[in-house]
Ligand binder design. Structure first.
Ligand SMILES: [Mn+2]
Length: 442
C-alpha cells in the first residue's frame, strides 16, 4: 500500500513573514496552493490513498477561502479512484464533518468522530490490504487520554490481522510525561506499546519520521506549508509505503513555496560596515543553496531568513541600522528562487571587558554586574533585585504575548525567563555602551 500523508494544511491561511520588497504575490503562498500540488503529486505517484491528519481547514477562515480548494482537490482524487481518509484537529473538528457530509462522491471519509476511535479495513483486489484506525479531536481543547478505547476496536478484525495497521490521530507526541498545556498529549512510549505498524500524529508543525528497530514507526507529517518564521526547514507531504513483514518507509516531498531559515552570523571578525553586508550575503547564499538541495521538484519560490547576529564588535552600535537597510533591499537569486532577510535579531556586543567594570560603584558597574550575573547562567548568581528584574521582564513579555491584537498571529510559545534574560542582556549591553560613550569612561 502506498499513500500520501499530510496534516495541518490550515486551508484558508497563507504564510506570513515574506519580505515585502521582493514584490512576490501573496496569493502564491496560500496553503491551498500547496494542497493543489499535493493532489497533483498523489496522481503522479499513483498512490492508493490520501490520509489527512487534522487541522485541514483553518479556524479563522473556515468558510470562504478554504472549502472550495478542499472540495476541488477531493473531487479530483475521487475521479482517479483515490480515497481520502481524514481525522479532525482542534481547528476543524466541526468543519471537516460538514465537508464530508457535502461530499456526494463519498471520496472523503472522516474517521473517529468526537474522540471515539474508529477502525476500518481498506481492501485491494478483494483482499484486506490495510487496517486503518482514526481518532478525531472532539473540540478545541482536549486534555484526556487519546488512547482510551484504541484497543477495543481491534476485536472485529482478526480475519484481517495480517494487513498492516495504520493509526492516525491529532495530538502532541512527546517523550516527556504529558504536559497539561499540550493539545491531546500522548507519551511516545505509550504508542510503542501498541500493535500499529505506523502511528500518524497531526498537530505539531515540524515534520518528522521516527522509525523503530522493529520496522514500525511514528510519522508527524508537520504543516504542509510553514505559516511563520518559527517554522523552519522543508515542509510538504509524505509518501508512505506499508506492507506485511516490511519496515514502513516514509519520505518527505517538499512542496511549500516558502521556506523559513534561522541563520546565525558571527560578526566578531568584522571591522568595516561594508564587511557586514559581505558576511550577510554569504550567509544568505549558503542558506539558499542548502534549501535548493532539498527542493528537487522546484516548488520553492522564496527562502526567508531570520538572521541572528552575534559576536563582539566595534560596530555594535551601528549594526541595527546597517542590517535594517540590508533587510529592506537584499535579494539573492539562484535558479529562480529568492533569499532575503525576513527579520533580524541583534545580539552583538560592544568590545567592553565586564571584568574591568563590575567593581565600579556607579550605574555602569550596576549594569556590568547584571550582565555578568546573566552570563554566569546560574540562578544563584543573581541578587534579589536582579531576580525581581527578570521576573518583571517575564510578566511584561507575557502581557504582550497575550495581547488581543496578536491573538490571530499567535502560534509561538509563551515567553519565559530565558526570553526575559535575553532581552535584558541585549538592552543591558546597549545601555552600557551608551553610558560609556557618554562619559568617555576608560
Ligand atoms: Mn492542531
Amino acid at each position: 500500500m502506498k499513500f500520501l500523508c499530510a496534516s495541518d494544511l490550515h486551508l484558508g491561511r497563507r504564510a506570513v513573514g515574506i519580505p515585502d520588497h521582493l514584490g512576490l504575490d501573496p496569493g502564491r503562498f496560500a496553503t491551498s496552493a500547496v494542497w493543489d500540488l499535493a493532489v497533483e503529486l498523489a496522481l503522479r505517484e499513483r498512490v492508493d490513498l490520501v490520509l489527512l491528519a487534522g487541522d485541514i481547514v483553518d479556524r479563522e477562515n473556515r468558510l470562504y477561502e478554504a472549502l472550495g480548494p478542499l472540495e476541488r482537490g477531493v473531487n479530483t482524487l475521487g475521479r482517479h479512484g483515490i480515497a481520502v481518509y481524514a481525522v479532525a484537529g482542534e481547528d476543524d473538528f466541526d468543519t471537516l464533518r460538514r465537508v464530508a457530509d457535502n461530499d456526494d462522491g463519498d471520496t472523503l471519509t472522516p474517521l473517529g468522530r468526537d474522540g471515539h476511535w474508529q477502525r476500518l479495513t481498506v481492501e485491494r483486489d478483494g483482499r484486506a490490504a490495510l487496517r486503518l484506525a482514526g481518532w478525531s479531536a472532539p473540540g478545541q481543547r482536549f486534555h484526556g487520554s487519546v488512547l482510551a478505547g484504541f484497543a477495543e476496536g481491534a476485536t472485529d478484525e482478526r480475519a484481517d490481522a495480517s494487513a498492516p495497521l495504520v493509526a492516525m490521530f491529532h495530538g502532541t507526541v512527546s517523550d516527556q510525561p504529558r504536559a497539561a498545556t499540550d493539545f491531546a498529549a500522548v507519551e511516545q512510549k505509550q504508542l510503542d506499546g501498541q500493535e500499529a505498524s505506523l502511528w500518524i500524529a497531526g498537530h505539531e508543525h515540524t515534520p518528522r519520521f521516527a522509525p523503530n528497530d522493529d520496522g514500525t514507526g511514528l510519522l508527524v507529517p508537520g504543516a504542509i506549508c510553514p505559516l511563520h518564521a518559527a517554522e523552519t526547514g522543508p515542509h510538504g507531504v509524505w509518501v508512505v509505503e506499508v506492507a506485511p513483514e516490511t519496515p514502513v518507509s516514509a519520505h518527505l516531498v517538499a512542496l511549500a513555496p516558502i521556506r523559513f531559515e534561522a541563520v546565525r552570523v558571527d560578526l566578531s571578525d568584522v571591522v568595516e560596515p561594508a564587511d557586514v553586508e559581505a558576511v550577510l550575503i554569504r550567509a544568505l547564499h549558503d542558506a539558499l543553496a542548502a534549501a535548493l538541495r532539498e527542493d528537487p521538484h522546484g516548488n520553492l519560490l522564496c527562502v526567508s531568513c531570520r538572521v541572528h547576529l552575534a559576536g563582539q564588535t566595534r560596530l555594535h552600535g551601528d549594526v541595527p541600522t546597517i542590517v535594517q537597510d540590508l533587510a529592506r533591499t537584499l535579494d539573492i537569486q539562484e535558479r529562480g528562487v529568492v533569499a532575503a532577510i525576513g527579520d533580524v535579531v541583534v545580539e552583538t556586543r560592544p568590545p567592553l571587558d565586564l571584568d574591568l567594570l563590575v567593581r565600579r560603584p556607579d550605574s555602569v558597574g550596576e549594569i556590568a554586574r547584571l550582565l555578568a550575573a546573566l552570563d554566569a547562567d546560574d540562578p544563584a548568581e543573581l541578587s534579589d533585585a536582579q531576580r525581581e528584574l527578570v521576573g518583571r521582564g517575564v510578566t511584561r513579555l507575557q502581557a504582550i504575548h497575550r495581547a488581543r491584537v496578536f491573538a490571530a498571529v499567535a502560534g509561538d510559545r509563551e515567553p519565559d525567563a530565558e526570553d526575559a534574560k535575553r532581552e535584558l542582556r541585549r538592552q543591558g549591553w546597549n545601555v552600557l555602551a551608551g553610558l560609556i560613550q557618554q562619559r568617555e569612561v576608560e
